[in-house]
Design a protein. Structure first.
Length: 165
């Protein structure tokens, strides 16, 4: 097969990919999104409680010197209530297969990415965990886009019409 023949091959679309394969891909995307969102929810809730209970989980308050906070109280509340709250809401809505779940999951994913960006700017550094949470926030957004049918090979199906996989 020549290079030009390979380049001319059609891109798979919903009409050329077998239905069973599309359902399996959609199922994997959906349950991956549920798993990542639940992981984010538990992590944010535990992290927020930890920050509040220990005033920083052992991090020195010098991490806060370049920011507006003098203690870990406000960051702990934001992590617990805002990030933990949106991730928990998104997880519950996903499990209930509500159409608003994808919107709330995107909001929660963006929230995590903004949190990590601001956090790394404030402490002037990053760690493996910050990279992990930024990546999982990005994964949430990618999976939401896939389930919304942005990719032509995975057409949009309302969450309510999906059968439990």
């Amino acid at each position: 097969m020549t290079t030009s023949a390979r380049a001319a091959a059609p891109v798979p679309t919903a009409s050329t990919v077998p239905g069973i394969r599309i359902r399996r891909i959609r199922s994997v995307a959906y349950w991956s999104l549920v798993g990542v969102t639940a992981f984010q929810a538990v992590s944010a809730l535990a992290g927020g409680i930890g920050l509040l209970a220990t005033n920083g989980l052992g991090m020195p308050t010098t991490f806060l010197d370049s920011g507006v906070f003098t203690s870990f109280l406000i960051p702990g509340l934001i992590l617990l209530l805002v990030l933990g709250g949106t991730q928990t809401l998104a997880t519950v809505l996903l499990l209930a297969r509500r159409e608003s779940a994808l919107l709330w999951t995107a909001v929660a994913g963006f929230g995590v990415m903004i949190w990590i960006y601001v956090e790394t700017a404030m402490i002037a550094g990053s760690s493996f965990l910050q990279d992990l949470y930024f990546a999982t926030g990005t994964a949430q957004l990618v999976l939401v886009l896939a389930l919304l049918g942005v990719a032509g090979w995975l057409p949009r199906v309302p969450l309510r019409l999906r059968t439990p996989d």
